[in-house]
Design a protein around this ligand. Structure first.
Ligand code: SF4
Ligand code: SF4
Length: 139
């Protein structure tokens, strides 16, 4: 009889413990978010898409078409067409990123001598065609 009572006591305790966990989560806030109406704030160092930093006031960038980023990229995702002005100063005529090849490593950003590149917070990158994955970084 004692054995039976101990067994029943253990079962009931176990049941109550389980119910306590369920009730605790029932009253805690939701962990999901109503995406895309609401969006998470990304961490400061999150790696989105490689982009040229454009000065908001002047509309200019700091790229000197040195090709360091192109050579550094392990996936050949970047392409820069080098042009020179009347003072023999280099500048990018075209600057494209093939997003389908990019692995978001950030090596291009680190290698840029003029700190012209950054990785933004863009993460909604779904497109319908491969062609759309190639984008110009120039304004
Ligand atoms: S993040 Fe990495 S893979 Fe993407 S373009 Fe830069 S160097 Fe290439
Ligand atoms: S490394 Fe910097 S300055 Fe050189 S081509 Fe790339 S973005 Fe331009």
């Amino acid at each position: 009889m004692i054995k039976f009572t101990v067994k029943v006591f253990k079962r009931v305790t176990s049941l109550l413990e389980g119910m306590a966990v369920t009730i605790k989560y029932f009253f805690s806030g939701p962990v999901t978010m109503q995406y895309p109406d609401k969006k998470w704030t990304l961490p400061e160092r999150a790696r989105g898409v490689v982009t040229l930093i454009i000065d908001k006031e002047t509309g200019k960038h700091r790229c000197i078409a040195c090709l360091a980023c192109v050579r550094t990229c392990p996936n050949f995702s970047l392409a820069v067409e080098v042009k020179t002005d009347e003072n023999k100063k280099r500048y990018p005529g075209k600057f494209t990123l093939e997003l389908g090849k990019c692995m978001f490593c950030g090596l291009c950003v680190d290698s840029c001598p003029t700190k012209a590149l950054m990785m933004n917070n863009e993460y909604e990158l779904a497109v319908y065609t491969r062609k759309e994955l190639t984008r110009s970084l120039l304004p």
